[in-house]
Design a protein around this ligand. Structure first.
Ligand code: 6R9
Length: 676
């Protein structure tokens, strides 16, 4: 694995980078009105008093708001001429057109210019106590070497590079290197199976894959290169695979494989950044929908980066010099926005967490908080619920006095977990921000902060929309619900810069999924309740997507795999409430006539198939064999009935906590943490 050598200072800003830096330095330093102290970006809005008023303005005068923020927070080589050109009824979203910039320059060069020796990454490796630090200068050099390497091997602007790596510095450098040379990246979570990886490589039409020889997680070695070998067999587009070394164990290299570190050494540490248009593609990220194959959501350059940076700064009250600890895997959107892009755009020190919350023991997170002096900790409810069960002593052993804000993401956080997080982890003194957002939204949309520092926070509620976000609730008739104390489908009435632009190769599906259900609005797929006070609480998905340990998975995707078993006639998968994972997977299976197999054997086989074709976390917790499935007259499976059956029978399901034996779990609970 690429190590910081601490000795090369050959970095010289390229001419393009220098121009960008000049434009950045030019715009800073104006401050006149009373919100300016809180948000210097808003200094131009005179007479706006307080954060609530600023929020109002960000919605009522969203163009001026986003223009001011974009000029201030990003470094442009050419300024934009049009703030936005959006039409939600047609799924058309464009921000900052005319503007040119480079995302890697924004995340690296400008910080190298002002504080080259500031630590950019702390890699909290799986092996406890072996963390490694990389300065902004070192990360820029590493990124430039990867950028040059990719260019030398023919990767061009507009190509898409698939990254199948654990959370590590070289993965971050690879993402930024793509951004530097104008290629899009497609990070595939390293817990996905070969089939799932292959599907994503094919859909993205990648000719280049970057991976590691082996991953290490929770003390176990994971054969990632072997998975890539299997995957690319069915991917004719793949011409080359770069293989980095996470462990010392050699792996079989084929003609298309390239030893990454060895080749990087031959490259220069200066790499001319591509001058990108605001709306050029930055990355694809696949996520599950209620039907069909996973969709490759497309995020573009300027709007995404701006939104990730702004939410990172204000939702978590991040300040210069803070150490930001988001334990998400880079394979998910949380890793993209709050491990990589948001923190690095803000010049933060960001933690790359490679391990699991219970390795080598349930004190891992808090030991890390003490050792790395983490100021903001951002994780998933499923991990909190798991750790809560191990008891307070694992938390109290460690000094957590550096913590200022605690964040939660990925799924609803129940009151018990929220209170434990707040009282035990945060010693009752750190605000807990329950952040609601999605792969589609690019960044946090609803969260208790920013707001006045002493404004109330209600446990288990995401509460307040972020700047520029206008949530609405709509009933089943399509009517806008204007009063409070009401529930409905959560939609957004206004576009914002961080939202996804399309589904790769399928704009029609993008429109049908997000913009047709409620014309004129972006439909999130979630339901929400708005309290008497106007605060939002997410009530869960309204479609057939379930959320297992914070991982989205379409029930149809699991059914597809189960139905491939020759013994199976049909199946129906539903989610049920699970005490640790949030939701578990429950599969009803109808066998073909005349099949005579032992149910236990078949269950094992089906579980194996789902793990192999999708990922371990998608594997059913329960498989129930049935004579038939309840259906409507038109032949639709009545999932509502099945859910009722499962819920009323939950008592009879036995002790659910036994499912969570951490020793059994590798890619389900552990990745959850993972997810966020
Ligand atoms: C960031 C992320 C998105 C779905 C989303 C919702 C659920 C996320 C939540 C939450 C309740 C929260 N979700 N955060 N539900 N409270 N704070 O998780 O993206 O993987 O795309 O999942 O997760 O159902 O629609 P993604």
């Amino acid at each position: 694995m690429w190590l910081p050598c601490g000795c090369t200072s050959k970095y010289v800003a390229s001419s393009f980078a220098r121009r960008i830096l000049a434009s950045h330095l030019h715009v800073s330093g104006r401050s006149r009105c009373n919100v300016a102290a809180f948000m210097p970006e808003a200094a131009g809005f005179e007479g706006v008093s307080g954060r609530a008023a600023l929020r109002e303005l960000s919605v009522s005068n969203s163009e001026s708001f986003w223009a001011a923020v974009a000029r201030h927070r990003l470094s442009w080589s050419i300024p934009f001429h049009t703030v936005q050109d959006c039409d939600l009824s047609r799924g058309k979203i464009k921000w900052f057109e005319g503007g040119k910039l480079n995302v890697s320059v924004n995340c690296l060069d400008r910080h190298v210019h002002t504080c080259p020796e500031r630590v950019a990454l702390i890699w909290e490796r799986d092996e406890r106590g072996s963390e490694m630090k990389y300065t902004y200068r070192e990360l820029l050099e590493m990124t430039c070497r990867v950028g040059n390497l990719l260019r030398r091997h023919g990767v061009k602007r507009g190509d898409c590079v698939t990254i199948y790596m654990p959370t590590c510095p070289l993965a971050v450098a690879s993402m930024l290197a793509c951004a530097r040379i104008g290629a899009a990246h497609n990070v595939v979570f390293a817990g996905f199976s070969a089939d799932a990886l292959a599907e994503r490589i094919r859909d993205a039409q990648s000719s280049t894959v970057i991976t590691v020889n082996q991953g290490v997680r929770g003390g176990k070695v994971i054969e990632l290169k072997k998975t890539v070998d299997t995957a690319v067999e069915s991917c004719p587009t793949v011409k080359q695979v770069f293989v980095a070394m996470r462990t010392d164990n050699p792996v079989t290299m084929t003609a298309r494989d390239i030893a990454m570190e060895e080749e990087m050494l031959k490259e220069d540490v200066v790499c001319e950044p591509a001058v990108m248009n605001s709306e050029d593609v930055l990355f694809l990220l696949y996520t599950s929908g209620s039907t069909g194959k996973p969709k490759g959501l497309v995020h573009t350059q300027a709007g995404y980066l701006l939104y990730a940076a702004l939410t990172h700064r204000y939702v978590f009250s991040y300040h210069d010099g803070d150490v930001f600890g988001c334990v998400a895997d880079i394979g998910w959107i949380t890793g993209h926005s709050y491990v990589v892009y948001g923190p690095l755009a803000n010049g933060a020190t960001t933690v790359l967490f490679e391990s699991t919350p219970i390795y080598p023991d349930p004190g891992r997170y808090w030991d890390m908080v003490e050792r790395l002096k983490i100021n903001q900790f951002y994780g998933a409810p499923t991990a909190i619920r798991l750790l809560l069960k191990y008891g307070d002593q694992w938390v109290n052993k460690y000094d957590r006095s550096t913590l200022k804000t605690l964040g939660s993401v990925g799924e609803p956080i129940n009151t018990e977990a929220w209170e434990w997080y707040h009282r035990v982890v945060g010693d009752g003194r750190c605000p807990v921000v329950d952040t609601w957002w999605q792969t589609e939204t690019g960044g946090i949309c609803i969260a208790p902060r920013p707001s006045d520092p002493d404004a109330e926070i209600v446990p288990g509620m995401a509460m307040r929309p972020f700047f520029g976000i206008k949530p609405v609730l709509i009933d089943t008739e399509g009517e806008l619900l204007t009063s409070n104390n009401t529930s409905g489908a959560l939609c957004m009435a206004q576009p914002w810069p961080g939202m996804a632009r399309t589904i790769h190769n399928n704009h029609q599906r993008f429109i049908e999924t997000y913009f047709q259900p409620y014309p004129g609005y972006f439909f999130t797929g979630d339901g929400a309740y708005r309290s008497e006070e106007g605060y939002y609480q997410i009530t869960g998905r309204l479609d057939d997507v379930i959320n297992v340990s914070g991982h989205r998975i379409g029930t149809a995707e699991i059914e597809d795999v189960v139905n491939q078993c020759p013994a199976v006639a049909e199946s129906a998968v539903i989610g049920y409430t699970h005490s640790i994972k949030g939701q578990g997977v429950y599969a009803f299976v109808v066998l073909k006539k005349g099949i005579d197999v032992k149910e236990a054997d078949l269950s094992r086989q089906l579980n194996g198939m789902v793990s192999e074709k999708i990922a371990k976390y998608a594997s059913p917790d329960f498989i129930q064999f049935a004579q038939r499935l309840p259906k409507t007259r038109s032949g639709k499976i009545m999932r509502r009935v099945l859910r009722k059956v499962v819920e009323s029978d939950l008592e009879g399901l036995g002790d659910l906590s036994t499912l969570d034996d951490p020793a059994e779990d590798d890619w389900s609970i552990s990745d959850s943490l993972g997810q966020n």
